[in-house]
Design a binder for this molecule. Structure first.
Ligand SMILES: [Zn+2]
Ligand SMILES: [Zn+2]
Length: 272
């Protein structure tokens, strides 16, 4: 796609939250109207997916059918103006493999984006909260979890793949090797790495190496460029005003500055 940053080139967004997730504040219909007024062609909703055991305290599993049903109604209502999709943002755990297939097959979701806010430590079997990582060995485990997720073929987009860089560490070859192992493993997988605009909305912090954003992380995207992999802008908006805001434009500038090639659409529909 063009590397221009005008509103006209931001035609599709697949990372959208609304009232269905506990921290989204507005009505989905308002976001659709905003997207239409921006001239967008596609808008995908991607609420945080529940698991059947409601393990992370987000949209209740019992609400899932209602969420998809409501998106389908809006899809029909606005079909003449914009394409609407019912997606979900979800973590990947190998033990839950049948559930992801069930989401595509039985619940009819249009796509799943990987949002690895938690991953499972293979040694302890415990969930690790990605933004609470405190050492580089755990960062390597996080990237390993992304490899398993990507190779499952379930996820056309990996949201904020650099979500682990919120921790205040001085990164060494351990992290660089983990990044490279991940990037080389996904070169043949049909997925795209998201440059997450929400990272530009969050305050910077004073880290051991100076003031910086938590993500997008320069170190990570330097390697994405080296590996020649695709990026994609995701608004990760939590209200209508964020759908195309300064942060989204900053994400475009970031891509231009780092020389990242951008895709503007993802594979929609069931995965193998
Ligand atoms: Zn997320
Ligand atoms: Zn999100």
């Amino acid at each position: 796609m063009s590397m221009e940053t005008e509103a006209g080139v931001f035609c599709r967004n697949y990372h959208t939250h609304t009232q269905w997730c506990n921290h989204g504040t507005i009505d989905a219909e308002e976001t659709i109207c905003e997207a239409i007024s921006l001239g967008m062609q596609e808008l995908g909703f991607s609420e945080h997916a529940p698991f059947p055991d409601n393990r992370f305290g987000r949209m209740a599993f019992s609400e899932l059918i209602n969420y998809i049903g409501q998106v389908r109604l809006l899809q029909k209502k606005y079909a003449p103006y914009i394409k609407i999709f019912a997606g979900l943002e979800i973590e990947y755990f190998e033990d839950d493999l049948p559930y992801y297939h069930q989401l595509y097959r039985d619940y009819g979701v249009d796509y799943l984006i990987l949002g690895q806010h938690y991953f499972k430590d293979q040694n302890s079997g415990c969930y690790v909260k990605t933004k609470r990582i405190e050492d580089e060995k755990t960062i390597a485990k996080y990237f390993d979890s992304l490899i398993y997720a990507a190779q499952s073929g379930l996820f056309p987009m990996i949201a904020h793949p650099d979500y682990c860089f919120g921790c205040d560490l001085v990164y060494t070859h351990i992290t660089e090797q983990a990044i490279c192992k991940f990037l080389s493993s996904i070169s043949s997988v049909n997925t795209v790495l998201e440059i997450n605009a929400n990272g530009f909305r969050k305050p910077t912090f004073l880290s051991k190496i100076g003031e910086r954003r938590k993500y997008p992380a320069d170190l990570f995207w330097k390697y994405v460029k080296e590996y020649g992999l695709w990026g994609m802008i995701g608004s990760d908006c939590h209200h209508r005003g964020q759908l195309y805001d300064l942060a989204v434009r900053q994400a475009f500038y970031f891509a231009v500055e780092k020389g990242i090639m951008l895709k503007d659409s993802i594979h929609i529909g069931a995965r193998h």
